[in-house]
Design a protein. Structure first.
Ligand code: VGL
Ligand code: ZN
Length: 207
């Protein structure tokens, strides 16, 4: 592991995913010090922001349905979330204690009101790219390390797409936190990642 040639991806480390936020991940904020401790070791650091317009179709309010109901959105299964990470809102800001100084690139996703976007690489239509793959490949980066929120959604899909794009993918598990909805989902998704050859590691292994 040569971190000086690797990229760290900090997924959606935003207020709305932390306790008191609109879509809180249990203890979502407790990983911030771990991320801060490791971020300066990497060649490139990319932070993502979930960045929705207020009429985003992943919001239950837009459909007048209940939170966590599931609908079909343009042929894609969609869980309906509380309104979260609205562009320019406090909830969409990075957690105030996240050290942004080492961050080289910020990727914003979920800006199209008609398509949700969990992965840092592409929207849920699996067609529309964010450009992250080409940024990393352009810099000849082969190893990517994932942190942030939520383990079973945006981190998971970033890991799967990163592996699919040919990167060696490491999930620093103690630097992520999961939603675990539906219950058991977190464990299932960790198993799926392992089966795909994604490596689940602990931050202490980096030292
Ligand atoms: C996320 C649900 C909806 C995430 C984003 O960052 O994991 N989850 N939007
Ligand atoms: Zn979202």
């Amino acid at each position: 592991m040569n971190l000086a040639r690797s990229a760290l991806i900090i997924v959606d480390m935003q207020n709305d995913f932390c306790p008191d936020g609109a879509l809180p991940v249990p203890e979502g904020d407790k990983i911030v010090p771990i991320i801060n401790k490791i971020s300066s070791k990497f060649y490139k650091v990319i932070a993502t922001q979930d960045w929705h317009p207020s009429n985003h179709k992943s919001f239950a309010s837009v459909h007048k349905k209940n939170i966590y109901d599931t609908i079909e959105l343009n042929g894609i299964n969609q869980i309906l979330w509380p309104d979260h990470c609205i562009q320019g809102s406090k909830g969409a800001d990075f957690h105030p204690e996240l050290n942004l100084n080492p961050v080289d690139l910020i990727i914003r996703k979920g800006t199209n009101p008609n398509v949700d976007s969990y992965s840092a690489f592409q929207e849920n239509d699996k067609i529309t790219k964010t450009g992250l793959e080409y940024y990393l490949k352009g810099l000849n980066i082969k190893d990517i390390y994932l942190t942030g929120l939520a383990t079973d959604y945006c981190v998971f899909y970033t890991a799967i797409d990163g592996k699919e794009a040919g990167f060696n993918v490491y999930v620093i598990i103690d630097a992520t936190q999961g939603i675990d909805f539906p219950e058991g989902d977190l464990k299932n998704k960790i198993e799926i990642m392992k089966k795909q050859g994604i490596k689940i590691i602990k931050s202490e292994e980096l030292f």
